[in-house]
Design a protein around this ligand. Structure first.
Ligand code: FES
Ligand SMILES: [Fe+2]
Length: 329
């Protein structure tokens, strides 16, 4: 939808998106959440499984996330105590002798827990998940530090936030990285994935290094960034980003570094990334989305990204990996 100032409102994309940290849901815990322009309830059963359901009870519409509680493997509505299983089906009406009506059910969303996040699969036609979320090896490797986390909500569509990753020029003008090195994008064998690589010269507490940034992207919801070239040290950031609505995005980040780096650069690395997002904020808060931007020759990654991203929206032709390889230029 286009508005007078040239802004195009993008829909909510399909894909896996984080809706909570795993640590936020202890066994028996219930939380409300709002993503994909919908009210949701999240709960972890006594056995430890996480479920995500539509929030409003089919009986009289109470919000299951406001006073609902876990009973065994079900959630109980706070209003009249109807119980719903993880599949969203009503299993029990405690004061009724008859079986619950067939229509007594709420939508149950596909859920996966990985890398410390609870992910939900969103699809505009409720199609089943089309890919697997990767588990990154660093998070279970004793050579890497205990992950640190950070979270922020930004008033911009998830695509505009994601686009920054394919916009090497902004690193120079927004983030003050003077050296603009080579970079390249490589589409994966599955269309939802691509990797990108770039070279920069980075100031670190240990001096200046020629570093390589390896970025991997799984849909619009998950990006990893590995920094290499500071001796044998490793730095990893994993960002899980989710659409709250068409103009609001929540991003959750996990950082870990190799143990040998922990005291030297771990904290600075984290602080640097957090400061970087603050620099982007003024742009994000005030920009419009141009559906047909005027690009220049340095925007090849952006052009690739715009072509790639279409596969996650309604009414678009499927994106073929062969076309993406061409778009890479
Ligand atoms: S509104 Fe949920 S049981 Fe009545
Ligand atoms: Fe940025």
């Amino acid at each position: 939808m286009s508005t007078g100032n040239g802004h195009t409102e993008l829909p909510i994309p399909n894909g896996w998106f984080a809706v909570a940290w795993s640590r936020d849901l202890a066994k028996g815990e219930v939380r409300r959440a709002r993503y994909f322009e919908q009210e949701l309830v999240l709960f972890r059963t006594r056995e430890g499984r996480v479920y995500v359901l539509d929030a409003y009870c089919p009986h009289l519409g109470a919000h299951l996330g406001e006073g609902g509680r876990v009973i065994g493997e079900t959630i109980r509505c706070p209003f009249h105590a109807w119980q719903f299983g993880g599949d969203g089906v009503c299993t029990n009406i405690p004061y009724s002798k008859k079986a619950p009506p067939k229509k007594a059910r709420v939508r149950s969303w596909p859920v996966e827990e990985r890398n410390g996040f609870v992910f939900v699969w969103h699809h505009h036609e409720q199609a089943p998940p089309a890919w697997e979320i990767p588990q990154l090896p660093e998070f279970s490797d004793a050579n890497w530090t205990e992950p640190r986390t950070s979270e922020l909500t930004v008033p911009v569509h998830i695509q505009d936030m994601a686009e920054n990753n394919c916009d090497p020029v902004h690193f120079r003008f927004v983030h003050g990285n003077l050296a603009l090195g080579e970079s390249s994008v490589t589409p994966g064998e599955e269309s939802h994935y691509f990797s990108a690589w770039s070279k920069t010269n980075q100031e670190t507490p240990l001096g200046a290094f020629d570093t390589e940034l390896e970025r991997e992207t799984w849909g619009l919801g998950l990006v990893s960034v590995r920094t290499k070239g500071i001796g044998d040290a490793g730095l990893l950031m994993l960002a899980a980003t989710s659409p709250v609505d068409r103009a609001t995005t929540t991003s959750r980040w996990i950082f870990t570094v190799t143990q040998d780096m922990a005291d030297l650069a771990g904290e600075d690395f984290i602080a640097g990334l957090e400061a970087g997002v603050q620099q982007d904020m003024r742009i994000w808060k005030n920009k419009i989305h141009r559906a047909n931007p005027v690009l220049c020759e340095a925007d090849t990654e952006l052009a690739f990204f715009r072509k790639w991203v279409r596969q996650f929206y309604p009414n678009d032709r499927p994106v073929r990996v062969a076309d993406l390889k061409e778009a890479r230029g």
